[in-house]
Each structure stands twice: as structure tokens, then as C-alpha cells.
Design a binder for this molecule. Structure first.
Ligand code: NAP
Length: 291
């Protein structure tokens, strides 16, 4: 085996399956050679989870890279955890077709976690009252593919507390994961308590604030006295709270650097200093107006 074995911890989902606390984000990883290089570096660094989406247009390249690289690193399909997402254009009656397309593009037999990417539907205004019906219809389709074993776990992304409560009240299979933006400037207190209440795993995206948070003065100061990089501090802040992270990088050195999260601890004082940066700032899209 040419790679290091996984050094990452995991969280237990309500399906009884473990999901790694660390995964590689792949938004904007598009050229097949870039995907291959990033996946190769990630497997060496101990990543065992990969986060894709239909809208990232890299499902086929990710699946292809894994099929080539898993044997190279002495790993099998079961050693990795693959997430993908239903695009907003397939929300509603096209959900089955969209999910089957993701399965075909990845071509890895099954998907470990499949999320509804966005509570709204492409082409409808946010306030459109057809949005709730469409996402309910998508969920039923995902439940069907889950029952067939094609989607091992199903969940949602960018849902607000109201969207979560609506889903919990109507679903047969409860969501395993809610994936949302989370970092010291956006602590998501209400969503985290909703997830805790319903046994849903709360997962972070954009932990580095799309790269912008690594130059925050408080983050830099904490990093300096811990002798760690700002990115490691931001990621450690989340995983120390049990929140899984998905840092994206196309740079093999950063991919390796971002994985060194499990050999140090932030003090309570540093955790509090970072959490005090919370100001509700979003670097990504805002779903709060979606009906
Ligand atoms: P992010 O992980 O917060 O930041 C990525 C940016 O930070 C890239 O520009 C990267 O540049 C840079 N970077 C990475 N490591 C670094 C380091 N050690 N030092 C300095 N800069 C560094 O942003 P994100 O891509 O928005 O979020 C991560 C993943 O979450 C996505 O890729 C995607 O898988 C998922 N996501 C999901 C949703 C959703 O709606 N569900 C939304 C957004 C993101 P280089 O590539 O040049 O290193």
C-alpha cells in the first residue's frame, strides 16, 4: 500500500454508518487531470471522503479518478465515502432521473450520501409556493432509491430550520445529514440545535470562508501561538465540536496541510475567541427566503 492509512475520525450517522469527519470538497475542481491529482494527494494524506454534486460537473471525473486510484493505494470502494447532490434543476418530478444520472456519472455502484442541494427549484422565484411541493417530491424519490440500496444515506443541504421541520414532519426516512455553511463568522446556532433535536448530522461547508478566513487577524493569531496554519485552526475549530468538514483545495501541499487536524487541540480560550467572531456572515448562497 503506497499511501498512509486514514488518520481521520468519523461521526455515526442515524443510518448506523460512520462518515469521516474530514472530506475533500470538490467545487470548482473541473478538469479531469486536476480532479485526479487532488484525489491522489487526498488519498495519500488520509482523506476517505469526497464531496461532489451534479452542479459541480465533476461526478464522472471523480468516479473515474477513484476507480484508477483506489487500487493504486491498496483501497477498495468500501474504504471511501462519496457524497453527491441533486441539482436544483432536477428538484421535483425530475428527481429520480437526476439521482440516477448522478449514480451513472459516478459509476461506483452506489452513493454513500445523496443530498438535495438546495430547498428551491431552478427556474422558480424563491417565494414560489411550488417549492415546498417540489422538494417533498424529491425526498420521496430519494427515499425510494435509498430503499433500493443505491443511495446508502440521504440528506439535505442549505435547508433553514423551517425547511428542516417541514421535512421531519412529512418524511418516512429522516435526513441523515444537513450540509450548510459553517465557520467562526457563521456559527449557525439555531440550525445546530434543530439537528441535535432530530438526530441529524450537521456538516460544514466553506469552513475556510472560501479561502478568505485564513487572513482573519484572530484566526492568524491563534494559528501563530498554536504553531499551526490558519486553515488547520479553522478546520480544527469545527471538528473539535464534532462537525465534519469539507475543505476544498486543488493544491497537493494544501490538501496535505488541511488534513493535519487530529494531532492537536485548541484550548477553550481559543475556541471561544474564534466563536466570538460570529456575525452571521455568509460567503455562499442564502436560502433564508426560499418558501
Ligand atoms: P473552502 O473550502 O472554504 O475554501 C476553498 C478555498 O480556499 C479555495 O480557493 C482554496 O484554494 C483555498 N484554500 C484551501 N486550503 C487552503 C489553505 N490551506 N490555505 C489557504 N487557502 C486555502 O470553500 P468551498 O469550496 O466553498 O467549500 C468547501 C466544499 O464544500 C466545496 O468544495 C464543496 O464540496 C462544499 N460546498 C457545498 C455547498 C453546498 O451548497 N452544499 C456550498 C459550498 C461548498 P486552492 O484550491 O487554490 O488551494
Amino acid at each position: 500500500m503506497s499511501s498512509s492509512s486514514s488518520t481521520t475520525s468519523a461521526v455515526l450517522l442515524n443510518t448506523g454508518v460512520q462518515m469521516p469527519l474530514l472530506g475533500l470538497g470538490t467545487y470548482k475542481l473541473v478538469a479531469s487531470e486536476d480532479v485526479y491529482r487532488a484525489v491522489d494527494a487526498a488519498l495519500v494524506a488520509g482523506y476517505r471522503a469526497f464531496d461532489s454534486a451534479a452542479v459541480y460537473r465533476n461526478e464522472a471525473d471523480l468516479g473515474q479518478a477513484l476507480k484508477q486510484l483506489l487500487p493504486k493505494h491498496g483501497l477498495t470502494r468500501e474504504d471511501v465515502f462519496i457524497t453527491s447532490k441533486l441539482g436544483p434543476k432536477d428538484q421535483g418530478e425530475r428527481a429520480m432521473e437526476g439521482a440516477l444520472r448522478s449514480l451513472a456519472q459516478l459509476d461506483l455502484g452506489y452513493i454513500d450520501l445523496y443530498l438535495i442541494h438546495w430547498p428551491g427549484t431552478q427556474g422558480l422565484v424563491v417565494a414560489d409556493q411550488r417549492n415546498p411541493g417540489n422538494r417533498a417530491q424529491s425526498w420521496v424519490m430519494l427515499e425510494e432509491l435509498h430503499a433500493q440500496g443505491k443511495l446508502k444515506a440521504i440528506g439535505v443541504s442549505n435547508y433553514t430550520p423551517a425547511h428542516m421541520r417541514e421535512l421531519i414532519q412529512s418524511c418516512k426516512v429522516p435526513p441523515a445529514v444537513l450540509q450548510v455553511e459553517f465557520h467562526p463568522r457563521l456559527c449557525q446556532t439555531e440550525l445546530r440545535s434543530v439537528c441535535e433535536e432530530y438526530g441529524v448530522c450537521f456538516q460544514a461547508y466553506s469552513s475556510l470562508g472560501k479561502g478568505e478566513l485564513v487572513t482573519d487577524p484572530v484566526v492568524m493569531e491563534v494559528a501563530k501561538h498554536c504553531e499551526r496554519t490558519p486553515a488547520q485552526v479553522l478546520l480544527r475549530w469545527a471538528v473539535q465540536q464534532g462537525v465534519p468538514v469539507l475543505p476544498k483545495s486543488s493544491n497537493p501541499d494544501r490538501i496535505k496541510d488541511n488534513a493535519r487536524l487530529f494531532d492537536f487541540t485548541l484550548s477553550d480560550t481559543d475556541m471561544d475567541r474564534l466563536s466570538a467572531l460570529d456575525c452571521g456572515h455568509k460567503y455562499c448562497w442564502d436560502s433564508s427566503e426560499v418558501a
